[in-house]
Design a protein around this ligand. Structure first.
Ligand code: GDP
Length: 301
């Protein structure tokens, strides 16, 4: 139900167009494929992915000797699920076998990083885990206060220093506090300025070193937060963070705010990283574990 609500915009436009195409066209011909291609590209599925999807559909049409577009409709859903699932759909968060789990959140300012941390804290707390937050974004004005507001709302402790402090030092403090207080999970915010990519990567590496020293099997996840409403830009951001940042999974925020939910497919295809969670609103409960089948089902069912 969450997915259906959150994806209303995408369903009404993108899916509406797909349904219209499949019911209006009586034949699967070149014009049909061209129109489908346009709709998919318009929904931010991404050119490469669309080409692959259309090729797959053509192959199925030949193999199954499909003539009626209506028969091809479920095949499109199947193929979308396959593309989304990829080879290694890993669900949920990787947690420490024992002791403290450390999860790092990275991403450009404004994508919804702080909000996602708040929602994640709420989620983990509802599962009975003892959660703490580390205010590692000491750079953006207001980031620390915003995290504190979330901490109060959810009812979890926030470890912070003053604005401008060394993020690695904040994380170090937070790790000590989390261990002392017997926390299960520490969620770490980080700065998201990209004006100076080299500095950002150095800062992240320093944070990694601190975490490894204190929690040898951590960080257990490094989640890159991307804003779905920025479409192909989100893909560019992910490429900027690149291989060196050690990202293990993605959180795609603001899916409720876009009619171009196809971006999930493009991101999944082009990045070879699992989409672990999606943001479907601004409230505490609006973070859902991503599930390819549920996602496609919410769109088309
Ligand atoms: P940060 O700079 O990356 O920490 O971004 P914030 O967490 O401050 O979020 C920026 C804005 O996006 C805020 O107004 C959030 O309420 C909003 N936001 C975050 N996630 C979502 C989401 O999933 N859906 C919607 N509609 N808004 C979101």
């Amino acid at each position: 139900a969450k997915f259906r609500e959150g994806l209303a915009k995408t369903r009404d436009t993108f899916v509406g167009k797909v349904e219209d195409l499949f019911s209006r066209r009586k034949k699967i011909d070149e014009e049909f494929y061209e129109e489908l291609e346009e709709i998919l590209i318009g929904a931010d599925v991404g050119v490469n992915t669309v080409m692959k999807l259309i090729d797959d559909l053509r192959a199925e049409v030949r193999k199954r000797k499909i003539e009626d577009p209506a028969e091809l409709r479920p095949v499109l859903s199947e193929k979308l699920v396959e593309l989304l699932r990829g080879s290694e759909e890993s669900r949920g968060l990787r947690m420490a076998d024992s002791g403290l789990t450390v999860i790092l959140f990275v991403g450009v300012n404004g994508v919804g990083k702080t909000t996602t941390i708040g929602k994640m804290a709420h989620r983990l707390k509802s599962e009975g885990k003892r959660v703490m937050l580390a205010a590692g974004d000491t750079f953006r004005a207001g980031a620390i206060e915003q995290l504190e507001v979330w901490g109060q709302r959810v009812g979890v402790d926030v470890i912070k220093q003053q604005s401008g402090a060394d993020p690695a030092a904040v994380i170090y403090d937070a790790l000590q506090a989390a261990k002392q207080r017997g926390a299960d999970v520490l969620l770490c915010d980080t700065a998201g300025r990209l004006q100076n990519k080299v500095n950002l990567m150095e800062e992240l590496n320093k944070i990694y070193r601190v975490i490894r020293r204190e929690v040898p099997d951590g960080p257990h996840e490094t989640l890159l937060v991307l804003d779905a409403t920025t479409g192909q830009n989100a893909l560019q951001q992910a490429k900027l963070f690149g291989d060196k940042s050690g990202v293990t999974g993605l959180v795609l925020t603001k899916l409720d705010g876009t009619a171009k939910g196809g971006i999930v497919v493009a991101i999944r295809q082009e990045l070879q990283l699992p989409v672990k969670f999606v943001g479907l609103g601004e409230k505490m409960d609006d973070l859902e574990e991503f599930d390819s089948e549920q996602f496609v089902h919410a769109l088309f069912a």
